[in-house]
Write a protein that binds this ligand. Sequence first.
Ligand code: TRP
Ligand code: ZN
Length: 870
Amino acid sequence: MQAKAKYRKDYKTPDFTLSNILLDFQLDAAKTVVTATGNYKRLNPQATELRLDGQGFQFASIKINGENFLAYRQDGESITLDLKGIDAEAFELEIVTYLVPAENTSLQGLYQSGDALCTQCEAEGFRQITYMLDRPDVLARYTTRISADKSKYPYLLSNGNRVAAGEYEDGRHWVEWHDPFPKPSYLFALVAGDFDLLKDSFTTKSGRSVALELYVDRGNVERAEWAMQSLKNAMKWDEERFNLEYDLDIYMIVAVDFFNMGAMENKGLNIFNSKYVLANPQTATDEDYLAVESVIAHEYFHNWTGNRVTCRDWFQLSLKEGLTVFRDQEFSSDTGSRAVNRITNVKFLRTAQFAEDASPMSHPIRPEKVLEMNNFYTMTVYEKGAEVIRMIHTLLGEKRFQQGMQLYIAENDGKAATCEDFVSAMERASGVDLGQFRRWYSQSGTPELTISDDYDEKKHIYRLFVAQLTPPTADQMDKVNLHIPLKIALYNQKGIPFTLMNNGQVVSDVLDVKLKEQVFEFHDISSKPVPALLCDFSAPVKLNYDYSNRQLITLLKSAKNEFVRWDAMQMLFSAELRRNISLYQQGEELNFSAEIMEALADVLTHYQDNAALTRLILTLPKETEFAEQFKVILPDAIAAVRDFMQRSIAENLKELWLNTYNAIRLEQYRIEAEDIALRSLRNLCLSYLAFTELGNTMVHKHYQHANNMTDSLAAMEAAVKAQLSCRDNILGDFEQKWRHDGLVMDKWFSLQATRPDDNVLLLVQQLMEHPSFNFNNPNRVRALIGSFAAQNPKAFHAINGAGYRFLTDMLIRLNHSNPQVASRLIEPLIRFSRYDSQRQTLMRRALERLNEVENLSKDLFEKIDKALNS
Ligand code: TRP
Ligand code: ZN
């Protein structure tokens, strides 16, 4: 393995830059000829060598200023031109390369998806097309000329505006595109294929009309309408909330079936995983609809935060991703329910991002060291990055935050910026000191706040003692104190919040925690309060406060803040799980707290006050969510206790579940927050009822009467999870109905992979032969293999090591076909330090076996190396 890491501290401005480039593609799936003609300029007068990145293509020729050029040397990943013989101030470089998109299973660079050809260039995929200054701080104007067979590829698309087109006599045709905005190579895109096209338009607030075009596989146009509506909503919202308007005359989105991630924000030509475009009531669940809306918005928002202002180097990735996730979260919150969105995002962060912090891959939102950039499109850079932006928003308030945004854009438009440029703009626009706050960018790990309190009955003074500590992480031993915004509320026993006062002054409900230990004092508190701490998850930290069940039940029942109520129940569930895990380990009988059961009943009885919140509160955390609370994870114990809790709640509240299930009536299927909430609550009732003697009949009936995918899938899932006798019938029916549709079958594959049955691994192995499965399609691989490894902890961590061996076999295959997908799938295996020594040994052995594989990709090597050597 000859991989060399890059360090953030080593950033140097480029010696040369590229101002314009003409890309000529003679497309053919079996042999594409690319001629790249670029105008280069020297920035460093001392430089006499130009090093260009490039790999994975056949190189034909190179010319400088029209003359054949031979003064170069090559290695496996670059070409270096010796320019001493020419006037290097400014010159034209022409490079010809040959590509074989049909054989490119990595899905980076130019590849084939179904019958179409498309590109994926972020982060470093452009270099698989031609030799290039493939770094985000080199911004050029692109002209793209595409020629291809007209019947196979009637649409030829690239960035910017379509400026010319024509036909050849041999059945080929050509189109030329020009993008007026300078951009880095990672935002380049090309698509060729036959599609159905959904057209619409949007008039910007300054009155310009923008053509909107959405390209999907033939026959799918009616599944594109929701995405189109979401796009228009996002465009409008960005004008209203951020004062940002679209800048080209055309905006195109293409949905493809073979795609490594969610979607890509290429300038004017987004390319999407079809999973985040296609939706109709028969094929998509409510959750799918919301995910489409949010990814469509995310990619659109990148047009300003990512494209107009891009990143100087890849260490700055969170500059565009953290900020854009924050923007899409705000969009979803303004469009739908803010509380539901916040709770969903926090659940996700606490599970997946906290786990990443505790893993060998731990890194700050602005990493210091990278071997393979694709490994850093992480929960930390994206979701924790968004939390850091959210904290700035909390500290500044909406008005000053928006002033900061305007300054940031004004100063950096058309440039490649850094995280520091962003924080500095926020600071100068608002006058708020973010000096200590900046440490969030350089420090990794999950900080812990340990809080205690006392109440002076005589003086009516309440004090909070707050201590912060960030435990060491795999990448960073020494930690410093952070600036943590801690949002609180103090409730009296009736659930009414006290006004926060100090020396006669009203004080903010956001406490500035900056020291290792700090005391906050509140006056005129007339009775001992119940504190709500870390309201709305005001910082991405863990909270230690010794709540009693009584206090939590008070918060659950009467807090005004919906997040606080949900979070109180989360803490109650955790306490209940821990208590029962001890019993389980001592071989004693498990039991469920009567007061918590009563509290659950109370919430359910009042579901009409807030159906969405009721559903969230009553949803038992998944095994993987519970697992995050333990230093050493006990997969069997967690599964057993969770199962017990689920059955107890089901049985004890049976009548309430049934009454609620029957009371909720939804005739027509509508995607509206209110209906989504009721549907999900009704399906939650069903998921509990499945564990009672009513289960089999009700679930089967629910499936048969379902008129939408949300309900069908809920029934199928309930049948599988509760191992009902109607299960095979439903699974078989679903399979017959959807076997032609990979996207829908992913739900089925994923459910099969998470079955509680003992023989689930065998089943997964058999399903790899299923006609709907395709090992080269990342969605299929993630649905079947990924779900098994990451969402079925009990089976994956089976003590005979079979789960580890299976994943390792799959990773060895994927290492060759698609390293980027392999590298995401390996995650559960590298986290061995969280398990008992027997499992650790087995997991290490699996990693050692992988480490021996010939031609191990950088992607896997970086993670295996960190895991084995930290
Ligand atoms: N920038 C994209 C986004 O956040 C994600 C992305 C990065 C990506 N690298 C990728 C997508 C590689 C597909 C393949 O929206
Ligand atoms: Zn993004």
